[in-house]
Design a protein around this ligand. Structure first.
Ligand SMILES: [Zn+2]
Length: 112
């Protein structure tokens, strides 16, 4: 699956708008639930220059590191709307599937 590269660095205005949708006042260990638009599958959506991007991928690109084509950003908390820096990590499509399966079967109960 081809993934859209996030156009980082964002402009100061875009960055301000992005951070305005992140509940940073919440406890750092809690999920930071995206306050903007959500996709049908529950992921946060952020619009940059008229295009939509997944908020947790934008978060990763800005604060953790840029994503290569094919990189997935996985949630430790299984909460698609969460953009907490400490709950997301980069992985492959295979990791993503393994993760989803583990959650479904109940093997994954704890965070990393
Ligand atoms: Zn979370």
């Amino acid at each position: 699956m081809k993934t859209k590269p996030i156009p980082v660095p964002l402009s100061p205005d875009e960055l301000t708008r992005f951070l305005g949708l992140v509940p940073t006042e919440s406890d750092p260990t809690d999920c930071w639930e995206w306050m903007g638009t959500r996709s049908q599958s529950g992921y946060g959506v952020f619009f940059i220059r008229g295009r939509s991007y997944m908020a947790h991928r934008v978060m990763h690109s800005i604060f953790i590191g840029e994503l290569e084509d094919g990189d997935f950003v996985l949630h430790a908390c299984d909460n698609p709307a969460c953009v907490n820096l400490f709950h997301i990590r980069k992985g492959t499509a295979k990791d993503n599937t393994a993760d989803a399966q583990a959650w479904r079967t109940g093997e994954r109960r704890s965070r990393w």
